[in-house]
Design a protein around this ligand. Structure first.
Ligand code: NAD
Ligand code: TYD
Length: 341
């Protein structure tokens, strides 16, 4: 059985990727520090023979080296990260620790193991946020300059630069994906879509930053997993690939869509669950939008899931998995973050 390491496999995208790879008959080793955004629920149900969870920080070189030596995986998908922009405004240090130093440590481990000819290739998951604000009407290709705005996106940009330097200088095998906003099961409800669903289910108001005119490109997490698997199979070493859907929505329109789906499904909406315009996020990027021609033309990948249907399925998932939200509600995420200047 082929083995793959997924770091951050107990987080949102990681959980979905672990499930995806197990369905593809891989043995998956999940290396996760189990921070606040991880969920044990998704790993507990996987008492399968072809899955192993190892609690570890990607900054722990000794542990990473031993895991790679023991399992000899074909690849490492790196999804271990601090991921919430608002948190990065309050506590940037954690973002440097994991996203910059953690990636650096992973690269150093691979550099050491390359000399022993046992270094697996790295599929590193980055973001469209490294490109910064994109004007209406434009879409960024992979050659676009990096102009990160938040400590989160700056930490992700730093990691991408480090990876590219290790490919060029040391011959490390690595591919980067720059993906747009994901939605789907197991997402921690500090992020826009699960937060709005959770607030409607709990009869709370729906806070929208500024007037909700900011726009994001949305991809279903399942499409993202398929893109990552495509990169593992067919991606060219040392290259970056944009992974997106081409589907942009302003935040206000997205929240209205969620409310509409609740109504169409005859689900109860409390009179308290109304849109509330709140103070804007400092440094808030207005729009992200990717040009995905490289993935489509060179690797023959394209997203399959229609946004409205994916959103409906996502709402249904949270409804049918109230245990997930209940468990997570014990963790501190409900207070507004990221206003500190
Ligand atoms: P998440 O916050 O849901 O999960 C992150 C996981 O990483 C958690 O399980 C956490 O415990 C683990 N982790 C954190 N620090 C760690 C460390 N030092 N060592 C080991 N594990 C650690 O995040 P997500 O939304 O699943 O994002 C995964 C990756 O995808 C990140 O690199 C993120 O930047 C990128 N990304 C996310 C999106 C999105 O919309 N969610 C879009 C583009 C790119
Ligand atoms: P978020 O899910 O934090 O992802 P990112 O900032 O990484 O794109 O936010 C998505 C958009 O939604 C962003 O423009 C900020 C906005 N937003 C709100 O308006 N209200 C909220 O409560 C949250 C969490 C986000």
């Amino acid at each position: 059985m082929k083995k793959i390491i997924v770091t951050g496999g107990s987080g949102f995208i990681g959980s979905n990727l672990v499930n995806y790879l197990i369905r593809k008959s891989y043995f998956v080793i999940n290396v996760d520090k189990l921070t606040y955004s991880s969920n044990k629920l998704s790993t507990k149900i996987r008492k399968k023979k072809n899955y192993k969870l190892i609690r570890a920080d990607i900054n722990n070189k000794k542990k990473l080296t031993n895991i790679i030596k023991k399992y000899k995986p074909k690849a490492i998908f790196n999804l271990a990260a601090e991921t919430h922009v608002d948190r990065s405004i309050d506590e940037p240090k954690n973002f440097i620790h994991t996203n910059v130093n953690g990636t650096f440590n992973l690269l150093e481990t691979l550099r050491f193991l390359k000399k022993r000819k046992i270094a697996p290739k790295l599929i590193h998951v980055s973001t469209d946020e490294v490109y910064g604000d994109i004007q209406i009407g434009k879409r960024t290709d992979e050659k676009h300059k990096y102009e990160p705005s938040s400590p989160y996106s700056a930490s992700k940009a730093s990691a991408d630069h480090l990876i590219n330097s290790y490919v060029r200088t040391y011959g490390i095998k690595a591919i980067i994906s720059n993906c747009c906003n994901n939605y789907g099961p197991y997402q921690f409800p500090e992020k826009l879509i699960p937060k709005m669903i959770s607030n409607i289910l709990n009869g709370k108001n729906l806070p929208i930053y500024a007037k909700g005119m900011n726009s994001r490109e949305w991809i279903n997490v399942e499409d993202h997993c398929e893109a990552l698997f495509t990169l593992y199979l067919k991606g060219k070493n040392g290259e970056s690939y944009n992974v997106g859907s081409g589907y942009n929505l302003r935040n206000i329109d997205l929240v209205k869509k969620i409310l509409k789906i609740f109504k169409l499904m005859n689900l109860k909406i409390s009179s308290k669950s109304k849109i509330k315009f709140v103070k804007d996020r400092p440094g808030h990027d207005f729009r992200y939008a990717l040009n995905i021609n490289k993935m489509v033309k060179k690797l023959k990948w394209k997203p399959k899931i229609h946004f409205e249907e994916g959103l409906r399925q996502t709402i249904l998932w949270y409804l049918n998995n109230k245990k997930f939200l209940k468990k997570i509600s014990k963790k501190n995420y409900e207070n507004r973050m990221g206003l500190e200047i």
